[in-house]
Write a protein that binds this ligand. Structure first.
Ligand code: ATP
Ligand code: MG
Length: 427
């Protein structure tokens, strides 16, 4: 009897070898950029106590209200949650290890996050984020630094269809005044509010501005604007940030409706958006969160950060045609004939010693088939070994790609020379 097949959990995607070159390209660009600006990596556990996220993200947020993978550990009764984002954990770790005692810290992280959402394009239940946190900086210089860093990642990846939207949330007292005005405005238009907005009217009215409901767009377009409620200091903060961005040629749009999902943001909030991915158009979001470290029990410390969704970025790379080459190896070693295997294996090992990635063909098949495999593997060179090569202690080298300067030639070289040649051409 055939056994039924076990499938992956809904919304949790496999990343297949055809996709990993995109993943590698992203990782390289992002970690290089982080290094260029002096950010160091931090890794925190996937599981944390549920109350960390409840406190650190806020009870009246999409994430805490309905998206968390929370459970009780049946072995000891602990209430645990699989991290839906990484900022709260990073802050927890910094407080726990007293990382901020001597100097501010620039940190980056990358890894899987978990949210119980309806799976669709750009929205998964396990997805991956790359993000930065700068803790102990008042800004706005560091807010700008992070935006320059993000822009550098887009450049490294060759992504063009993306723009920056910026807003200033001011401080809590400014938001309080605005909140009251907003509640009044929405109360006067109660019949247009959908169920979610009605529920949030008094608990988190700013989030109503973020609605994706088309029937409410006009209403939120005409709502009072937070920017009109900012005091002088907040305005000056935003102006300085704009000055720095302009000086460095970073284009942006002020979006007065941008409030972001998490409670703890103040002053700067931003999103990088694209028009190439349909509904899930935000590929990076972040801002300043000066209150958070205090909320989580540390000493009040200003901080800012962002997170980008790697799946959405990879989708965008595909949309924009910035495809990394599929490449299993640099050299595919094709061999045939009696007593040629050990000779070939020895050559393959010597190539690997020289850091030339090499696949040694496995199994016996015709040279023609082996050459097809070499092509499919994305190899730059085929090394061909038959009985004659073994006899005169040589190898034959065949360049496979048109972009190679030696394309169209075929060389038969003594072993040592051949190894040097390949090492030289695979730098
Ligand atoms: P959205 O409004 O799309 O739900 P969000 O405000 O919940 O986004 P953040 O918490 O700011 O998102 O996370 C930062 C980034 O992580 C997003 O801009 C997006 O690129 C990515 N992201 C968030 N949720 C998901 C998900 N479920 N699947 C894939 N990527 C996601
Ligand atoms: Mg969300």
């Amino acid at each position: 009897m055939a056994k039924d097949k076990i499938q992956a959990i809904k919304g949790m995607a496999d990343m297949l070898p055809t996709d990993t070159p995109y993943w590698d390209k992203f990782t390289e660009a992002a970690t290089e950029a982080a290094r260029d600006y002096g950010y160091m990596q931090i890794r925190t556990p996937i599981l944390e106590q549920t109350r960390l996220f409840k406190r650190g993200i806020g009870e009246v947020t999409d994430i805490v209200e309905k998206e968390m993978y929370s459970f009780v550990d049946s072995l000891n009764g602990d209430e645990l949650t699989m991290r839906p984002e990484n900022t709260a954990s990073v802050v927890r770790a910094c407080i726990e290890h007293n990382l901020l005692y001597d100097a501010p810290k620039r940190l980056w992280y990358m890894g899987p996050m978990f949210r119980h959402e309806r799976p669709q394009r750009g929205r998964f239940r396990q997805f991956h984020q790359f993000g930065l946190e700068a803790l102990g900086f008042k800004g706005p210089d560091v807010d700008a630094e992070q935006l320059l860093l993000v822009n550098r990642i887009w450049k490294k990846l060759g992504i063009k269809h993306v723009w920056l939207e910026l807003n200033c949330l001011g401080q809590l007292d400014e938001r309080k005044l605005y909140r009251e005005a907003l509640i009044k405005y929405f109360e006067a238009n109660k019949e247009i509010l959908d169920e979610e907005a009605q529920r949030r009217l008094y608990s988190n009215p700013l989030r109503i501005l973020d609605t994706k409901n088309p029937d409410m767009q006009e209403l939120v377009e005409n709502a009072p604007k937070l920017i009109d409620y900012l005091g002088e200091e907040s305005k000056a903060f935003l102006n300085r940030l704009e000055e720095i961005l302009t000086a460095e040629g970073i284009q942006y749009k002020i979006n007065t409706r941008l409030v972001r999902g998490l409670d703890y943001y103040n002053l700067t909030v931003f999103e990088w958006v694209t028009d190439k991915l349909g509904a899930q158009s935000t590929i990076c979001g972040g801002g300043r969160y000066d209150p958070l470290i205090g909320i989580l029990g540390g000493k009040e410390t200003p901080a800012c950060g962002f997170a980008m969704g790697i799946e959405r970025i990879i989708d965008l790379m595909k949309e924009e045609g910035v495809s990394p080459a599929y490449k299993e190896c640099s050299v595919y070693l094709a061999w045939s004939g009696s007593d040629t295997y050990l000779y070939s294996l020895n050559i393959a090992e010597k190539l690997r010693d020289r850091k030339v990635s090499t696949i040694l063909h496995s199994g016996s098949s015709k040279f023609a088939n082996q050459m097809k495999r070499a092509d499919a593997a994305g190899a730059e060179y085929a090394v061909i070994i038959g009985e004659s090569e073994v006899q005169d202690n040589t190898v034959t080298i065949k360049p496979l790609r048109e972009h190679l300067e030696d394309y169209g030639t075929q060389l038969k070289l003594p072993v040592e020379e051949a190894l040097n040649y390949l090492a030289e051409h695979n730098k």
